[in-house]
Design a protein around this ligand. Structure first.
Ligand SMILES: [Zn+2]
Ligand SMILES: [Zn+2]
Length: 178
């Protein structure tokens, strides 16, 4: 994948729009954040909207994320619809007024008005799909704070305090209020 080919001049977008699809086999687009387990495949359509560009399409890949609790890498499939409006920077003030109109389903990104960086748009959509809290599974047991054992795989003999539980403090409150 040559990223330069994904920098598209605004003036090169024909009136009927432009289809762009690409495969990023090694995940170069997000390499600085996460490794990929599957190629990034994206297919987008660029359409001029006055001086703005509407980008619609789809991106698929599978990231490898580290679990916040047990630190194991786990596969995280990404299948995102892309629905982005690129606004030229010069129209920022106008946009502020328009943004009040319901554009819930449309993300607005700014660009220089000349070059549509499809690679950056796709990259951002992938990163937005990553949750704040990354867990390999909802009930990941994490690591034992004393011996470091991955408690999903083994149990250990350490005495465990329940202070990690979000309910522990609640229990205390209930007890003291009696
Ligand atoms: Zn985990
Ligand atoms: Zn332990």
């Amino acid at each position: 994948m040559v990223r330069d080919e994904l920098k598209i001049k605004f003036e090169d977008i024909p009136p009927e729009g432009l289809d762009v699809s690409f495969e990023d086999r090694h995940g170069d687009l997000v390499r600085d954040c996460f490794p990929v387990r599957k190629p990034i495949r994206a297919k987008v359509h660029l359409a001029r909207w006055g001086t703005s560009v509407k980008v619609t399409g789809r991106v698929e890949t599978e990231l490898s994320l580290p679990c916040d609790r047990c630190l194991e890498e786990f596969p995280f499939p990404v299948e995102e619809e892309i629905n982005v409006l690129l606004e030229p920077v010069a129209s920022v003030s106008r946009l502020k007024e328009e943004v009040c109109l319901s554009r819930d389903d449309l993300d607005v990104i700014f660009f220089d008005g000349e070059t549509v960086e499809v690679d950056e748009v796709v990259r951002e959509q992938i990163l937005l799909a990553v949750p704040m809290r990354q867990l390999c599974k909802e009930d990941c047991k994490g690591l034992c704070p004393q011996c470091g054992e991955n408690l999903n795989l083994k149990t250990c003999d350490c005495k465990r305090e329940v202070k990690d539980s979000p309910f522990a403090i609640l229990k205390k409150l209930v007890v003291s209020s009696r």
